[in-house]
Design a protein around this ligand. Structure first.
Ligand code: NAP
Length: 552
C-alpha cells in the first residue's frame, strides 16, 4: 500500500477517536441542550441551510441535543423576541445566547464550547474573572460581531458566552455574523471583527484574554490590561506608594529592582491625568501616543514587578515603625510611604458648572469628545491641556473654539502653531460667567474682560482645562509640610519633614510633565532605598528630632 493511504487511515482513526471522545463528553452532560432555529420560509438562504447542517452533525453525536425549527412568523419567534432570520437560540429558557447567522467556519469552535458550557451549566471562568463578574449588577446585552473566516473571533465569542452562562439573569449574548447581517454591522460601524458591544457601547475591538474581556464588560469600556485582585487583609511591605500615575508606577519599578517590596495603591483610574490626555507627543521614545495607551504600557511594565491595588482609597496613614497605611479594603504595614497623589482638575466655580457636569460640562475631552461629534463646544483655558484637548476635539469632528481669559496662551509654541494650522478660533480676553440650558448645556454667557461686553454663545459642550490643584489631603493629614504654592514640601531628595514619608510627581510641584514625574518617581525610590539601608532619622543630627532638613 502506498504511504498516502496509511496516512489517510491514520487521520481517519484519530478523527473517529475524537468523535467518540466528544460523544462520551456529551453523554456525561448533566443538562440537555435545546437548539431552536428561527428561519424564514420565504428565504431559505445559505446561512439557514448551514445551521441545519451544523445542528444535524451535532445531533448525530448525542441525543442530549434537541432541535426544533420555527418560522419567523410563528409565536415562538415573538415569544423570544427574534425579529430576523436565521437566528439560532441555545437553551433560551436558561440562557440568553443566540447566533445571528450561522456558527460556521471558525465559529464551529466557539459553538462547540458554547454547547458544552450550556450542557455543563458552568461558565468555566477563572476565579479572578468570577470576582469581577460578581460586581456586575445591571443587565448587559452583549453583541459580538464575527465572521466565519476570522481565527481570532472564537476567543471573544467564548468570553461572551462564558459571561452569559455565569450570570444568566443579567448577561445575554448575540453573536452576529457580519456576512449574514451586513446592515447591522454598518449600523454599529463594525468594520473589523471581532468587535464587542454591551448595551450598544463599544467595549472591545479585537480578541481579548478572558479577564480583560470581563473587565471591559464590567467597566463598559475597552480595557487592555487586567490587574489581579488580592484578598489579603494585612500586607507587610517595604514601600507603600500612594498613587498609580507615572511617578508612582515608576517608583514601584525602581523600588522592586533595588530589592524592596513595593505596593502601589490607586483609588481611581491608573495613570492619573495622562490617562485623560488625548495624545502625548513629548514623552521620549514616543512621537505620538494616546495617553491611555502610554498608561497601559507603564502599568503592564509595573505589574512585572509589583502588586497594584486599584480601586481602594488610603484613608489613614500613621507614621511609626512600621508605618501603618489603612485603605478602604485592608491594612498595610510598611517601612516607607511615597505620596505620589498627583493633582485634580480645577473647577471654574460659575453658575451651571456643577448642575451640568456630565450633561455638557466635561473635564475630559478624551472620554467625552465622541459624544459631541458634529456639535459646537468651547474649551476653557490657555495652557497645554486646553490646546491638546481642543485639537483632539477638532480631529474628532467637533466644532470647537477656545475661550481664554488673557490675550496670549501659555501653551507650548508647537501646540499654538497646531491650533493656528487647524483654524481653531480663540476668543481672547474672554471669561465664562454662566453655563445655561434646560436638561443639557445649551449656551454660555461670556464676558469680554477688556470691553465689558457680554455675549451669549450657543454651545452644547463646555470642556474645562483650567489647570490642576495638587492632591495634598493625605500629606496634610499625616502632618507633612505644604509649601506656600500649595505643594508638598520636600528636601530636594523627595523626603518630607515626616520620617519615612516621601513625595514625587505633580503633588510636589515642578514642571508637571510625564517625563519629569517618572524621573521624580525614580529618584524618590532610590532615596527610599538608600534611607532604608541607612535611615537618616536614626542619625544624631538636628534632622533626627524633626525629620529630614526641609528646603522649599
Ligand atoms: P496650566 O498650564 O496651569 O494652564 C491653565 C490655564 O487655565 C491657563 O491658561 C490659565 O490662564 C487658565 N485658567 C486657570 N484658572 C482659570 C479660571 N479660573 N478661569 C479661566 N481660566 C483659568 O494647566 P494645564 O494646561 O492643565 O497644564 C497643567 C500642567 O500639565 C502644565 O505643567 C502643563 O505643562 C502640563 N501638560 C503638559 C502637556 C504637554 O506637554 N503636552 C499637556 C497637558 C498638560 P492664565 O494663562 O491666564 O493663567
Amino acid at each position: 500500500m502506498p504511504n498516502g493511504t496509511d496516512e489517510e487511515s491514520g487521520a481517519a482513526m484519530s478523527e473517529a477517536d475524537f468523535l467518540r471522545q466528544l460523544q462520551r463528553t456529551f453523554e456525561k452532560l448533566p443538562n440537555p441542550i435545546d437548539l431552536y432555529l428561527i428561519s424564514d420560509k420565504t428565504r431559505d438562504d445559505v446561512f439557514t441551510q448551514t445551521n441545519r447542517q451544523i445542528v444535524r452533525a451535532f445531533r448525530e453525536l448525542s441525543d442530549r441535543i434537541h432541535f426544533r425549527e420555527y418560522d419567523i412568523s410563528h409565536d415562538f419567534a415573538r415569544q423570544w423576541e427574534v425579529d430576523s432570520a436565521p437566528t439560532l437560540l441555545i437553551s433560551p429558557d436558561r440562557y440568553g445566547i443566540r447566533w445571528l447567522g450561522a456558527p460556521a467556519g471558525e465559529e464551529g469552535r466557539s459553538f462547540l464550547e458554547a454547547l458544552l458550557m450550556v450542557g455543563m451549566g458552568e461558565s468555566r471562568l477563572s476565579e479572578q474573572s468570577k470576582k469581577v463578574m460578581q460586581r456586575i449588577e445591571d443587565p448587559r446585552n452583549v453583541r459580538v460581531f464575527v465572521s466565519p473566516s476570522c481565527p481570532y473571533c472564537p476567543q471573544q465569542v467564548v468570553n461572551a458566552v462564558k459571561a452569559a452562562v455565569e450570570k444568566p439573569g443579567l448577561i445575554s449574548v448575540e453573536i452576529v455574523d457580519i456576512q449574514s447581517r451586513p446592515e447591522m454591522a454598518d449600523e454599529y460601524a463594525a468594520h473589523s471583527v471581532p468587535q464587542a458591544f454591551a448595551n450598544d457601547i463599544l467595549i472591545a475591538q479585537g480578541a481579548q484574554p478572558e479577564e480583560v474581556f470581563v473587565s471591559s464588560l464590567e467597566k463598559m469600556e475597552p480595557q487592555t490590561i487586567f490587574i489581579p485582585e488580592s484578598d489579603a487583609e494585612r500586607v507587610e511591605t517595604d514601600l507603600v506608594i500612594v498613587g498609580g500615575g507615572p511617578a508612582g508606577l515608576t517608583a514601584g519599578i525602581y523600588a522592586e529592582r533595588s530589592g524592596l517590596k513595593a505596593a502601589i495603591i490607586e483609588k481611581d483610574a491608573l495613570g492619573g491625568q495622562v490617562a485623560l490626555t488625548p495624545v502625548v507627543e513629548n514623552y521620549t521614545g514616543f512621537k505620538h501616543v494616546g495617553g491611555k495607551t502610554l498608561v497601559d504600557i507603564m502599568v503592564t511594565h509595573a505589574l512585572e514587578y509589583c502588586q497594584i491595588y486599584q480601586g481602594e482609597e488610603v484613608v489613614d496613614i500613621r507614621p511609626g515603625n512600621p508605618i501603618s497605611v489603612v485603605t478602604t479594603r485592608r491594612k498595610f504595614e510598611s517601612r516607607a510611604v511615597l505620596l505620589a497623589t498627583g493633582a485634580t482638575h480645577k473647577h471654574l466655580g460659575v453658575p451651571g458648572e456643577t448642575r451640568f457636569s456630565g450633561r455638557g460640562v466635561s473635564y475630559c475631552a478624551t472620554c467625552d469628545g465622541p459624544l459631541f461629534r458634529g456639535k459646537r463646544v468651547i474649551v476653557v483655558g490657555g495652557g497645554n491641556s486646553a490646546a491638546t484637548e481642543a485639537l483632539h476635539l477638532h480631529h474628532t469632528g467637533v466644532d470647537v473654539a477656545i475661550v481664554h481669559r488673557r490675550d496670549n496662551l501659555r501653551a507650548q509654541e508647537f501646540l499654538q502653531r497646531n491650533l493656528r494650522d487647524n483654524g481653531i478660533p480663540i476668543l481672547w480676553n474672554t471669561e465664562v460667567k454662566e453655563i445655561r440650558g434646560k436638561d443639557l448645556v445649551e449656551e454660555v454667557l461670556l464676558l469680554n474682560n477688556r470691553t465689558g461686553e457680554e455675549t451669549v454663545y450657543k454651545a452644547q459642550g463646555v470642556f474645562l482645562a483650567i489647570g490642576y490643584v495638587p492632591a495634598v489631603k493625605l500629606a496634610q493629614a499625616v502632618g507633612a509640610a505644604i509649601n506656600e504654592d500649595g505643594f508638598v514640601q520636600h528636601d530636594g531628595r523627595h523626603r518630607t519633614n515626616i520620617p519615612g514619608i516621601y513625595t514625587a510627581g505633580d503633588v510636589e510641584g515642578g514642571y508637571k510633565q510625564i517625563v519629569t514625574a517618572t524621573g521624580q518617581g525614580a529618584e524618590a525610590a532610590m532615596t527610599i532605598f538608600e534611607d532604608l539601608i541607612n535611615p537618616y532619622w536614626h542619625e544624631t543630627t538636628d534632622a533626627t528630632e524633626s525629620g529630614a532638613p526641609v528646603s522649599g
